[in-house]
Design a protein around this ligand. Structure first.
Ligand code: KG4
Ligand code: ZN
Length: 339
């Protein structure tokens, strides 16, 4: 079964063709980073306009690269939730138009679920459940119990900033470029993580919930002075920034690792599947390896960490196989969703 995947939930316009859920024939991603960099974050209206410019090109390229035509496609899968509503609508309407004109089924996909599926694609014939799902992206920080593809139970989530968002905000405090994650990681490599003492937030009611906004504020006050604002002048010396980046990163990742370890032992989980842009961080992967958790860790392969349409097409295959029918053409785009 050939599935055309479409992804436009945030600032990547992406289209991909995937065969039988895991064989990636093409994975085209047009990043909009250059458009948003000067704003220090995603500018939603610009994102939507750029999706309009690029969506047909992305689909054309994905078909060309896969060496097929539109008529070869069996199913169209599109991320219809969660995301920036204007952006989601561009991909969703493109998918609906294709479905209507080609008379092919289409299916709406949860972007967060697809991030987890990205880590499953390489080992689709050897999946291990029950497992812990860890979604760490710019918009989400979630721990889930995975019982099967499509069967999840919530364990924990962030009560304020997402982990990737906190990297982006700390990067901006340290005058680094957007997106902040890779920049903070690079700078942190040069620093001493013990020079500053930071603490991630503790959430009373659920030990698996996260809070990163206090940590981010602590970094702000360290860099610009107590009770300062983001646009205040920087008070610390330039060479301190690398130590702050290292201490922040270690603090955020220690918190994540602690909660993942606890979740695996409490719920007797046999593997961890990681998804979302923060999985790009090599230091995080090394830190998890050093924990020797004695369970299999599944990370997304190259080009599947950040937003992409291959994960949407891959998950679309399983959803369609299970339900064996198209979604209705009046399904909506959702800015947020429960899992
Ligand atoms: O999954 P993604 O592309 O978009 C969302 O669904 O949000 O994730 C983007 C996020 C950004 O916050 C970015 O700073 C973060 O992933 N990120 C990283 C790294 N690369 C990307 N965070 C930490 N270290 C990295 N190397
Ligand atoms: Zn994402």
């Amino acid at each position: 079964m050939l599935v055309l995947g479409i992804e436009t939930t945030c600032d990547e316009t992406a289209a991909a063709v995937v065969e039988d859920g895991s064989k990636i024939l093409s994975n085209i991603i047009f990043s909009q980073i250059h458009l948003h960099q000067k704003f220090g974050g995603v500018f939603p209206e610009l994102a939507s306009r750029s999706h309009v410019d690029k969506i047909l090109l992305a689909i054309d390229e994905s078909l060309k690269k896969a060496n097929i035509t539109l008529s070869d496609i069996d199913v169209i899968a599109v991320a219809n939730r969660p995301g920036l509503i204007g952006s989601v609508l561009i991909g969703l309407n493109a998918a609906k138009a294709l479905s209507l004109s080609l008379k092919k089924p289409f299916i709406g996909i949860n972007h967060i679920e697809a991030h987890l599926y990205a880590a499953m694609m390489e080992s689709i014939n050897n999946l291990i459940f029950p497992a812990l799902g860890v979604v760490i992206s710019g918009g989400h920080t979630k721990l889930l119990k995975i019982l099967d593809i499509g069967k999840y139970e919530d364990i924990g989530t962030t009560i304020d900033d997402a982990i990737g968002e906190s990297f982006d905000k700390v990067a901006s405090i340290l005058d680094l470029r957007y997106p902040g994650g890779p920049e903070v990681e690079k700078l942190a490599k040069l620093g001493d993580s013990t020079k500053y003492k930071f603490k991630a937030g503790k959430v009373d009611k659920n030990p698996f919930n996260f809070s990163f906004s206090g940590l981010k504020t602590k970094v702000l006050y360290t860099v610009k002075g107590q009770s300062s604002k983001k646009d205040f002048p920087t008070l610390i010396k330039e060479e301190e920034k690398k130590h702050i980046a290292a201490a922040f990163q270690k603090c955020a990742f220690d918190d994540l690792i602690k909660k993942c370890t606890l979740a695996c032992s409490k719920f007797n989980l046999k593997a961890i599947y990681f998804g979302g842009g923060v999985t790009n961080n090599k230091t995080l992967r090394e830190m998890f390896d050093k924990e020797n958790l004695n369970i299999d860790l599944f990370w997304p392969q190259k080009d599947l960490s950040l937003d992409n349409a291959a994960m949407i097409a891959g998950l679309g295959y399983h959803k369609f196989k299970k339900e064996n029918k198209s979604d209705r053409l009046d399904i909506l785009a959702h800015p947020s969703c429960s899992f």
